[in-house]
Design a protein around this ligand. Structure first.
Ligand code: XMP
Length: 506
């Protein structure tokens, strides 16, 4: 049983699914235009229609299968999803003169959807169209100062719609509203990390049926948790950890010690020289990523050949990647950066893929990792890109520049931990530029490198805000870095959000 979230291209669709999981309801995201048969295959107890960038009165805007509306399954429409409900029932939706974006105050008039929510509360809006007329017997259950029709219900309450976004944190009572909808729909609230872990163990046992499995471990939470899952499930496995020389300070030792200690059959390949050779003379960011990706596949393939035959390759693919590759109804995103993982390996090596986390979100994997005994130092670690420090040295990633960056990065991360700020940010990183700037040290003129620090808050890395770290903290970091890493003469803090910037500088 599940709650199916139909995606009409909203940037918040995944967030809806995550919020439902936080409420212990198993949720799946499917393209908004999925066939009824596909949707029914997921056994929906309730359906949510997401928002989206289009207008329902455009002839080419995405529509759900018409038969969906005849199902006796409760439906909640959010923003564009609400407009679909209204239009289908015979009401009207029109453009508003100015796009309504940001906070708004809601007055709830009546209703089950608002149980436990104050009569006046803040909500987050982002829409260019609004409902101007309801079908017969439908009723308004909330309005705002700017808009008289902000939440609606059908006569039998089996169809409800909200113009605002209950899934975002800027709607403080949004989670309560979603919980009310689930209760009203009678959705089973049984989803938990323990449940997900049991299911993943059962799945890998059944899928592998005693065959050998290979996996690549990067030191991040996903691949480490995956290795531990194979141990817990009793799968005959070998884990390969490629040290490409682009890791953070102490990372290799920590991963080796933790995973081996927990029973993982870990094979470390020291390929540092090869990677630096492959990177020499390359300055273009995409070319660097590609060179690393290629080298990784070669190293991994060579190592795998020495270890006998494997039927499966296990990968820590997460649900957001699955949703992405299933495609949404929005125009597909431009390839902003070619993210490097071990994609491409299965076809090359003739493996079958094993992806036990393919229906899980990152925080669910973090919880599972805890149940499997992964130490918090790895479990709660900030995300770290596959190409490692190479994309944090702007221009050519020479061994010397990477070594300078590694020391500076270590100071930054240690300071975050000392100030107990590490867990307050989603990701923190240092980037070494090839720029030099003038400074003084004692009586000497210095001409040192410029280092950029970046810390962001985010939910899933798709959008991010720069973290408002205390000035005293930044001061402490800058002093320590310039003292302990004399090659660096100047430290700057990145105050750009994503968008327009990305999190990494390359
Ligand atoms: P951007 O820079 O695209 O990063 O805003 C979003 C998140 O993805 C990480 N990142 C990568 N992860 N391989 C990875 O495994 C990559 O090539 C890669 N590039 C960026 C980045 O650190 C951030 O968490």
């Amino acid at each position: 049983m599940s709650v199916v979230v139909l995606d009409f291209g909203s940037q918040y669709t995944r967030l809806i699914a995550r919020r439902l999981r936080e409420l212990a309801a198993f949720s799946l995201v499917m393209p908004g235009t999925s066939s009824l048969e596909g949707i029914l295959g997921a056994n929906p107890e309730a359906i949510i229609l997401s928002g989206g960038p289009r207008s329902v009165f455009e002839s080419s805007s995405p529509r759900p299968d018409r038969r969906l509306f005849d199902l006796d399954v409760p439906i909640l429409g959010i923003c564009y999803g609400m407009h679909l409900l209204v239009q289908q029932a015979g009401g009207a939706v029109r453009p508003v003169p100015h796009r309504s974006y940001g906070r708004s105050v809601l007055s709830t008039q009546t209703g089950f959807l608002f149980d436990g929510i104050p009569e006046r509360s803040e909500v987050w809006m982002s829409h260019g169209d609004a409902v101007t007329e309801l079908a017969a017997s439908w009723r308004v259950i909330a309005s705002s100062t700017e808009n008289p029709i902000v939440a609606i219900a059908s006569p039998d309450n089996r169809r409800v719609g909200v113009q605002f976004h209950p899934e975002v944190v800027h709607t403080p009572h949004g989670q309560r509203l979603l919980a009310n909808f689930l209760d009203h729909a009678g959705v089973a609230r049984t989803w938990s990390p323990e449940h997900a872990l049991d299911r993943a163990i059962a799945d890998v046992r059944e899928a592998t049926a005693g065959s050998r499995t290979l996996l690549a471990v990067s030191g991040g939470v996903d691949s480490s948790a995956l290795a531990l899952l194979l141990v817990r499930a009793g799968i005959d496995h070998a884990a390969v950890f490629v040290d490409h020389g682009l890791l953070r300070h102490g990372e290799r030792v920590e991963v080796e010690r933790s995973l081996t200690g927990l029973g993982v059959s870990l094979h470390v390949v020291d390929a540092r020289d090869r990677f630096f050779l492959a990177l020499s003379g390359i300055t273009d960011p995409e070319a660097k990523r590609k060179a690393i990706g290629r080298e990784f596949i070669d190293v991994f393939r060579e190592k795998a050949r020495t270890m006998g035959t494997f039927r499966f390759l296990a990968q820590g693919t997460l649900y957001p990647d699955v949703i992405e590759s299933a495609g949404s109804t929005s125009a597909s995103a431009a390839n902003i950066k070619s993210h490097h993982n071990v994609g491409g390996l299965p076809e090359e090596l003739g493996f079958e893929l094993l992806e036990p986390f393919r229906l899980l979100f990152k925080d669910e994997v973090r919880e599972i990792a805890g149940l499997l005994g992964l130490p918090d130092s790895i479990r709660l670690r900030h995300p770290f890109p596959g190409p490692g420090l190479a994309i944090r040295v702007l221009g050519e990633a020479s061994p010397e520049m990477v070594a300078i960056l590694r020391r500076a990065d270590d100071v930054f991360i240690r300071c975050l931990r000392e100030w107990a700020l590490y867990d307050d940010v989603w990701q923190a990183l240092a980037t070494l530029t090839p720029l030099r700037s003038v400074g003084v040290a004692g009586d000497d003129r210095r001409y040192g490198l410029v280092l950029g620090l970046r810390a962001v808050t985010s939910v899933d890395g798709m959008t991010a805000d720069w973290a408002k770290l205390p000035h005293d903290f930044l001061d402490d970091v800058a002093q320590k870095i310039t003292r302990q890493v004399p090659e660096i003469g100047r430290v700057v803090y990145d105050i750009t959000s994503k968008p327009p910037a990305t999190i990494e500088w390359e």
